[in-house]
Design a protein around this ligand. Structure first.
Ligand code: FAD
Length: 344
């Protein structure tokens, strides 16, 4: 009987405390998702009455540790070493494994980016612990349970599943960029910066980074400050050439609704919405997009939304800050001309 009770008893996790965000950077520039994670991470930490922690890895990245404090971290661990200059799974995962074993955070959050997914997966298998990927909602049960409630779309996005990690620590999740709010940057915030030695030497790493070749075709909607998105109202794939001209004039990227992706007018990496990217640019221009709820969830947090639609009753106007009722084929070329004129 005693043995049975022992087997069923919840493990004692009292050594594990704190919510840790793994800051992602490239060439010394942080991915915006890192600060968004510090925003939600701090809320979770406040509910659990623990510190908000951050880990910055790279080479010459001390400035990012300061930024992490400005965006809400109480303590920042900095692994600054030439071995960590470029992301490689082995050295980055070794730093995380050593740090997590030493400081024992109860929750660890990563961005659901290519790098974050790769790193979190490698760490979860080594620790071992559970990992909930691609979360769109995060919460915690208050003490004494302290469980992370990691929610993500499931069953072809028709349901939301909330996943718990009851038997292992830390509880780990990757979260979608653009979903959570970053706290306002506060340069007067104070925090502790703690150097953490990189346990790996260059000769221990099998992979070498020879060169980076920029993929000219690749869109980066999540980091874009301007997005010009097109929908079925464009009438065909040719319309995207005009949208690209406007996006280029504004220094932005081209987005799309699912209808046009499914029609084969543009590739899936441009899709905004529930089954595409969640974005929050400074300016989102929706052209010939009706404003279905599945599209709106992916762009409603944009700072300024401009909608161009010939139907004055299109639902997109309910979320737009500025609306233009009319034919895009007349309006967008006029906008391009005006932007070019103003830019000289
Ligand atoms: P439509 O709804 O056909 O709208 C076209 C609009 O163009 C109309 O409002 C029309 O008035 C306007 N228009 C027509 N001609 C002109 C013109 N000359 N000038 C100006 N305006 C014009 N959708 C997404 O976008 N992203 C998602 O991630 C997504 N995920 C989904 C997930 C699920 C599970 C489901 C069921 C659906 C999902 N959808 C998603 C699809 C979504 O429900 C809509 O079908 C889709 O967003 C509609 O695309 P649209 O606005 O381009 O087309």
């Amino acid at each position: 009987m005693t043995e049975k009770i022992k087997q069923n008893a919840e493990p004692d996790w009292s050594e594990y405390r704190g919510v840790l965000v793994v800051v992602e950077q490239r060439d010394g520039k942080a991915k915006p998702v890192s600060w968004q994670l510090l925003g939600i991470g701090r809320k979770l930490a406040q509910k659990l009455e623990v510190d908000t922690l951050a880990l910055v890895m790279g080479h010459d990245v001390e400035h990012l540790a300061r930024e992490a404090v400005y965006y809400g971290a109480d303590k920042v661990y900095i692994a600054d070493d030439p071995v960590l200059k470029h992301y490689r799974t082995y050295p980055y995962s070794r730093v995380c494994l050593e740090l997590f074993r030493k400081i024992k955070p109860e929750i660890v959050l990563f961005g659901a980016t290519y790098t974050g997914r790769d790193l979190a997966g490698a760490i979860a298998t080594h620790l071992p612990t559970g990992l909930t990927a691609d979360c769109t909602m995060l919460d915690v049960e208050p003490p004494p349970s302290r469980l992370l409630l990691a929610s993500r779309p499931a069953f072809s996005e028709k349901m939301v599943a909330t996943i718990l990690c009851k038997k292992y620590r830390p509880q780990m999740a990757t979260a979608r960029p653009g979903v959570f709010d970053a706290l306002p940057r506060d340069p007067s915030r104070q925090g502790e910066m703690i150097p953490f030695p990189c346990p790996v030497k260059e000769e221990d790493v099998a992979a070498r980074v020879i060169d980076f070749i920029q993929d000219e075709q690749r869109v980066n909607l999540e980091d874009a400050s301007v997005i010009v998105a097109g929908g079925r109202g464009l009438g065909g794939p040719e319309g995207f050439k005009v949208l690209k001209e406007l996006a280029d004039a504004l220094g932005g990227e081209v987005g799309a609704s699912r209808a046009v992706v499914e029609a084969g007018w543009i590739s899936h990496d441009h899709q905004v919405g529930q089954t595409g990217h969640t974005v929050r640019p400074k300016l989102y221009i929706a052209v010939g997009i009706s404003g279905a709820v599945q599209h709106v969830v992916g762009m409603q947090n944009s700072d300024v939304i401009v909608a161009i639609n010939k139907d004055p009753n299109a639902p997109i106007f309910k979320v737009a800050h500025y609306g233009v009722v009319g034919d895009w084929a007349e309006i967008v070329p006029a906008m391009i001309e005006e932007v070019k004129k103003r830019r000289g």
